[in-house]
Design a protein around this ligand. Structure first.
Ligand code: AMP
Ligand code: MG
Length: 389
């Protein structure tokens, strides 16, 4: 049996990020970049109007106000997507719309609401206020200059970054391949949800939970059929999962019972067990192994153990596999809001509700500390709340 820290160290030092692949920008959310991206263009590409209004020379309107409006001659108009062939000279202006390129010679935009048309002279506009140079103009390169970094290697792509990269004209990106994770539930007592239960059977619930956890961890779950407790069935199911996936998560069958075949089956397939049994409660019989470039995470079958071992061992491993630098193993500490009697020889994890707002923390599994504490009680400890990260 090894300590939790040692177990984590062994897992994380074994795992390397998966190889790279190119994905369409539209498929890149939450994927991890393998190279920095520099802007191929200035963003915005050209000086353009932030308003519907008129392109002017600010100096022409220096004295304008509501009592003494200033007039300019309208040379023409430029829709968004158009360009104005001529120059804005002194005493003239050009009608613009949001996104229209700023014509040469102009250095500001006055919004339409601060102007009046002249009913008797259709080519004249009256300006009711002055404007500062470059007011209401989005300047070329003000968001990002050509060559400026838009994203760094190791970034997990957010929707904001994806929008920015699209604005820079990118179509595809080089990212770490997403891990494919086979989910196997062992146990002859297990039945598929949705089917009638036979005497002694229970519904299998770990694969559905793990599929949700795996997805949230940025990997792809691959659900395999139920595995009865025989050496033969365990071997063939594990083989299929390891052939098809980057890692297999099994649940059940890792204790010392005579129907526990996961470890033996993995070794029979040529896999190497790195460790079995960790000093935690629950989750003690957790086993980790590798077969070439594939990994086995053998989780105990009790659903609470399954959840805990996923959070403690598998989620950090998946983070490294998908290219993130930080395995995210530091759990936030929290304070118990009620007394709890925990005499135990191992670090012990209890289902709990964590009031993230009160604690000011992202929520994760609460690891109890040895020092009992007492703060006002908020809610009964009844289930585990987990991070949205
Ligand atoms: P095991 O780890 O195989 O000894 O199983 C421990 C306990 O968890 C037993 O009571 C099992 O019936 C239960 N269990 C194991 N696997 C599952 C599963 N996939 N879904 C629900 N309960 C399970
Ligand atoms: Mg079992």
């Amino acid at each position: 049996m090894i300590e939790l820290e040692e177990a984590l160290k062994r897992i994380l030092s074994t795992i390397q990020p998966l190889e790279h692949e190119t994905v369409a920008l539209t498929e890149a959310t939450e994927r991890v970049l393998v190279e920095p991206i520099m802007s191929p263009v200035d963003l915005p590409r050209f000086d353009n109007s932030a308003m519907d209004g008129y392109a002017v020379r600010a100096a022409d309107l220096a004295a304008a106000n509501a009592e003494r409006p200033a007039s300019l001659q309208v040379l023409g108009k430029v829709a968004a997507g158009g360009v104005f062939a001529d120059k804005v000279a002194a005493g003239t202006c050009v009608r613009l719309f949001t996104g229209s390129p700023l014509p040469e010679g102009a250095d500001a935009v006055v919004m339409q609401e601060a102007t009046r048309l002249d009913p008797s002279r259709p080519d004249t506009v009256w300006f009711l206020e002055a404007v500062r140079p470059w007011e209401n103009v989005r300047l070329r390169g003000e968001d990002a200059k050509r060559g400026a970094p838009l994203a760094e290697a190791g970034d997990r792509l957010t929707f904001g970054q994806i929008g920015l990269l699209a604005a820079a004209g990118l179509l595809e990106l080089k990212v770490s391949r997403q891990p494919r994770v086979g989910l196997l539930a062992t146990g002859s007592e297990l039945a598929e949800p949705g089917r009638p239960l036979q005497p002694g059977q229970i519904y299998e619930s770990n694969r559905a939970m793990l599929a949700a956890l795996v997805k949230r961890a940025g990997a792809q779950p691959d659900i395999f059929p139920l595995v009865p407790d025989t050496m033969e069935a365990t071997c063939s199911a594990l083989k299929r999962a390891l052939d098809r996936c980057d890692a297999a998560i099994t649940t059940g069958g890792v204790s010392v019972g005579e129907f526990d075949f996961v470890k033996a089956a993995f070794e029979q397939l040529g896999g190497e067990l790195n460790f079995w049994k960790v000093s935690i409660k629950p989750g003690k019989p957790f086993v980790f192994g590798r077969a070439g470039r594939k990994f086995l995470f053998g989780l105990p079958g009790n659903p609470v153990s399954t959840f805990l071992c996923f959070e403690l061992f598998v989620r950090p491993a998946l983070r490294l596999l998908r290219g993130l630098k930080d395995a995210g193993t530091v759990l936030p500490m929290a304070t118990l809001t009620q007394d709890y009697d925990y005499r135990t020889d191992r670090p012990t994890y209890h289902p709990a509700l964590l009031d993230a707002t009160a604690a000011g923390l992202p929520v994760n599994v609460v690891r109890t500390t040895r020092a009992p504490s007492r703060v006002e009680r908020r809610r009964p400890l009844s289930c585990v709340t987990i991070s949205t990260k």
